[in-house]
Design a protein around this ligand. Structure first.
Ligand SMILES: *Cc1c(COP(=O)(O)O)cnc(C)c1O
Length: 381
């Protein structure tokens, strides 16, 4: 048996939605993008949503709208995808890396310890879909007059204290890359409750243009656009948005399927000593965008050896999230950064196959294989 690590779930309906859109001949940002934004805002409970080309461009615009500039510091975790920190550097600011907790999410206490007079914002990440403790960070931001930005790339469908991620703060960025919970090929979204932010985001994503193509097209009278500031082309296409609309319709089912998979894993792997499974509760409702297990002290086989053994038996896994400050692009400047707990979690964790469409038989094969590998190690059996 061969088990893939991740796969997007795309069906005939997505193809049909894209097909129908292509035949309208409106293929770039237009009515489908607007419909997707409205439905996305509704689903997340946010007042407004702005679709963009991916989550990295969403984060870049969030930095600009939050007023982050050269010389400023933004606190974020090092245990995240590299785009989290790259977007801070795009505006000339400096990422300040904070430690994470047991749940792989940024630690509020370490954030407080890292605030300086240059700190302007905290960029929290809902890692693998697990919500960070948003209220704790809101309090810190109020006390220290900082902006809160959420990297919710993996968290469409997650909720915090009973309310969906997307409505809790003023700049929340989502990803629709195929590795995330819903996909448009590539794509991103920013939700906000502030009308001024919404307006500026929609101008910045299309070259700083004062009126969008559709408004101009539909206007009864002749209207000319102005370019109010230096903007970007970070648009989503209507073809992508059409796919996104269908994916959003499937979201509840996707989340159910992922939770079912996590339940199966838990039933099979719970008894293995020194193996820590992800935690989950209703206040921190996760999407299980990834399923990460931690090999604790006493676990009988090293992480990479386990991955290799699984690979030899047809099972694809990934190492835990690598740390940004250890990447070549960051290494030199951030050589003095010490984040022992992040390092421990990064080095000792492994991501198991997790996607919609993974069968119970496949999960059983993964779990049985893992148990067999452990049992062949003499000191353990
Ligand atoms: C995937 C991911 C991103 C980047 O998303 P793109 O849509 O690929 O640009 C940013 N942050 C986190 C935490 C991610 O997981």
């Amino acid at each position: 048996m061969k088990v893939a690590f991740a796969k997007p779930y795309l069906g005939h309906e997505e193809a049909q939605y894209a097909y129908d859109t292509i035949l309208t001949s409106w293929v770039t940002q237009g009515p489908k993008v607007q419909e997707f934004e409205e439905k996305f805002a509704q689903r997340t409970g946010a007042k407004y949503a702005t679709a963009v080309s991916n989550c990295t461009t969403a984060l870049h615009l969030a930095m600009i709208v939050a007023g982050i500039q050269a010389g400023d510091e933004v606190i974020c975790p090092s245990m995240s995808y590299i785009a989290t920190a790259n977007c801070i550097r795009y505006v000339g600011a400096t990422p300040v890396f904070a430690e994470v907790n047991e749940d792989y999410n940024i630690d509020p206490n370490d954030v407080i310890a890292k605030i300086t007079p240059k700190t302007k914002a905290i960029l929290i990440v809902h890692q693998m879909g697990m919500p960070a403790d948003i209220d704790a960070f809101k309090t810190i931001c109020e006390q220290h007059h900082l902006q809160l930005i959420e990297d919710a790339a993996c968290a469409i469908g997650s909720s915090y204290k009973g309310k969906p991620i997307g409505q809790h703060s003023d700049l929340v960025c989502f990803s629709f890359h195929p590795r995330k919970v819903i996909t448009t090929g590539d794509g991103g979204m920013i939700t906000t409750n502030r009308p001024d932010y919404d307006k500026r985001l929609k101008i910045l994503r299309q070259h700083g243009m004062s009126v969008n193509d559709r408004a101009r097209h539909e206007a009864k009278d002749l209207i000319f656009e102005d370019y109010e500031e230096v903007g970007y082309n970070y648009r989503m296409t209507d073809i992508q948005a059409a796919v996104g609309i269908k994916q959003l319709e499937r979201l509840d089912w996707f989340i159910e399927q992922r939770h079912q998979t996590a339940k199966w894993y838990k039933e099979e792997l719970n008894e293995i000593p020194h193996l820590q499974l992800p935690s989950h509760n209703e206040d921190f409702f996760t999407t299980y965008q990834s399923y990460s297990v931690l090999l604790k002290k006493g676990f009988p086989i090293e992480r990479d050896a386990l991955m290799r053994a699984l690979h030899q038996r047809g099972i694809a896994t990934r190492r835990g999230i690598v740390l940004i400050h250890q990447q070549i692009a960051y290494q030199q400047e951030f050589s003095s950064v010490a984040l022992p707990h992040s390092e421990y979690l990064s080095n000792q964790s492994i991501l198991l196959p997790m996607y919609v469409g993974l069968t119970q038989a496949e999960i059983q094969y993964v779990c049985n294989t893992l148990k067999e590998i452990i049992q062949t190690i003499p000191s353990f059996s």
